[in-house]
Design a binder for this molecule. Structure first.
Ligand SMILES: [Mg+2]
Length: 378
């Protein structure tokens, strides 16, 4: 079961619409397909991430640094292989000591993630097991949430109502409403409207993408206290993730954060210092399955639940394997995430609020090679 070859392939696809979140807008869907080939003929292959600016650099690190580093290593040695990548110094020729250093670290954790995730797919295929079984299979289905409620040009409250109806028909448990781009008052009105349309049983949470000051986040939270929101996601600005989120938790609505963290070290601060009820750290950003399960174990010690930022093709297995796994999330909207619909040969079944684990080996989600070739960045 030795690693023979590793390859990262960048995919880039422009979107038809512009999707506005609290602090950013989405105009393209990028992802990286990574292959880990073993000497026994097994091919691990998965996709992950939505990196635009540094996508090619992530792929370069995989193909030029980690490919030779792990050649000949046993794919079963997930911890040893992870540490080999983690401790290898990679010079990306970045001179900056501020933003560029932060970007450099994230390039490396994304590159480690790409290799580690595909290696877990290869390991599952080699052992003829789904990855969630290798992780302990706590459950064989995971509750599923739709990411939506974006602010878009010309979008009305009636459009939001139609969107909620569509998600309900899709079989998901609930939805995430994007907030933070408009005024706090307008977002309170949108959340109240969404609850009224969705009804009391629909799982409703909000995601501000770190848009608010603590005071603004408090104002929003007080305005929606009676709506039974499942959580407030990344309510406060990037620099106040610890104290700000901890303060907000006192109002009684669960607080989710962690998608901006790139390792267990950042997650440790959020957990130990009482800043979160739920961690949504992303396996394609924060150094892969091997690191994610360490984080989930640490969080479990502190009674913190695990969600996940996007990437259902891998997150589904992680959340099924962790006792404190909570919810997987998807974009059921083709225009927002065409890769989710076009890359897998088949999507996992969604029914009655759950996504069911595919029983194929590895992640059990074979990819369409024609889609890879069509959107491969050249
Ligand atoms: Mg988020």
């Amino acid at each position: 079961m030795k690693i023979k070859h590793i390859e990262a392939i960048p995919l880039v696809r422009e979107l038809q619409d512009v999707f506005q979140g609290g602090t950013y807008k989405i105009t393209s869907r990028n992802t990286i397909v990574t292959r880990v080939e073993l000497d026994n003929g097994v091919l691990g292959e998965t996709f992950g991430g939505d990196e635009d600016q540094y996508q090619l650099e992530v792929c370069r690190v995989v193909n030029e640094v980690y490919r030779p580093l792990l050649a000949g290593c046993d794919v079963r040695d997930v911890e040893a292989n992870w540490e080999r990548m983690w401790h290898t110094r990679v010079d990306l020729n970045h001179r900056g000591i501020h933003t560029l250093d932060l970007a450099k670290h994230c390039v490396l954790t994304q590159a480690i993630a790409a290799v580690d995730n595909a290696a877990w797919d290869a390991l599952g295929k080699a052992l003829k097991q789904p990855v969630y079984s290798l992780l302990g299979s706590y459950r064989d289905r995971v509750r599923v949430l739709a990411i939506g409620g974006y602010v878009m040009q010309g979008k009305t409250l009636d459009d939001l109502a139609a969107e909620i109806d569509y998600y309900k028909a899709h079989g998901v448990l609930g939805m995430k409403l994007k907030v933070g781009h408009l005024s706090v008052e307008e977002d309170i009105e949108r959340a109240r409207f969404a609850r009224k349309v969705a009804g009391p049983d629909f799982h409703l949470c909000t995601d501000a993408n770190q848009a608010w000051t603590v005071e603004q986040a408090m104002q929003f939270a007080r305005g929606v206290l009676d709506l039974n929101l499942a959580w407030l996601e990344e309510p406060v600005r990037w620099h106040d993730q610890i104290e700000g989120n901890a303060k907000l938790r006192g109002l009684g609505i669960p607080v989710t954060a962690g998608q901006g963290e790139i390792s267990r070290h950042g997650c440790r601060e959020l957990v130990v210092r009482g800043a979160v009820d739920i961690l949504n750290v992303d396996v394609t950003i924060a150094a892969g399955v091997t690191e994610w399960r360490r984080i989930a174990g640490m969080a479990h010690c502190f009674g913190v639940k695990m969600a996940h930022h996007e990437e259902p093709q891998i997150a589904l297995h992680l959340l099924a394997g962790a006792p404190n796994g909570l919810l997987v999330e998807i974009f059921p909207n083709y225009n927002r995430d065409p890769m989710w619909f076009d890359l897998p040969e088949q999507q996992p079944t969604i029914k009655d609020g759950f996504m069911y684990l595919p029983q194929g080996h590895g992640f059990g989600i074979p990819l369409r090679q024609d889609t890879i070739e069509k959107w491969r960045y050249r």
